[in-house]
Design a protein around this ligand. Structure first.
Ligand code: SF4
Ligand code: SF4
Length: 66
């Protein structure tokens, strides 16, 4: 499962919108990874502050940000 560095996360919500199975749940206080996370790693490069780590696709290159 993907890891969230809660101290670095600024709760911008970018990762929530790109997760294919909708496995990220953000509240005003925290970002939670739900059990249906497939560990695909897709969300990792979208985080502007590097708060996400892990996942199977760590070397993926993002060509265009949303
Ligand atoms: S690793 Fe994949 S499934 Fe898990 S939170 Fe990130 S985008 Fe969603
Ligand atoms: S993209 Fe990064 S900073 Fe934004 S909510 Fe997700 S983990 Fe937090």
């Amino acid at each position: 499962m993907i890891r969230v560095n809660a101290e670095a996360c600024c709760l911008c919500g970018l990762c929530v919108g790109v997760c294919p199975p909708d496995a990220l749940d953000m509240t005003e206080q925290e970002l939670k990874v739900l059990p249906n996370c497939t560990d695909c790693g897709w969300c990792v490069p979208y985080c502007p502050v590097g708060a996400l780590s892990g996942g199977r696709a760590r070397k993926r290159t993002v060509l265009a940000r949303p």
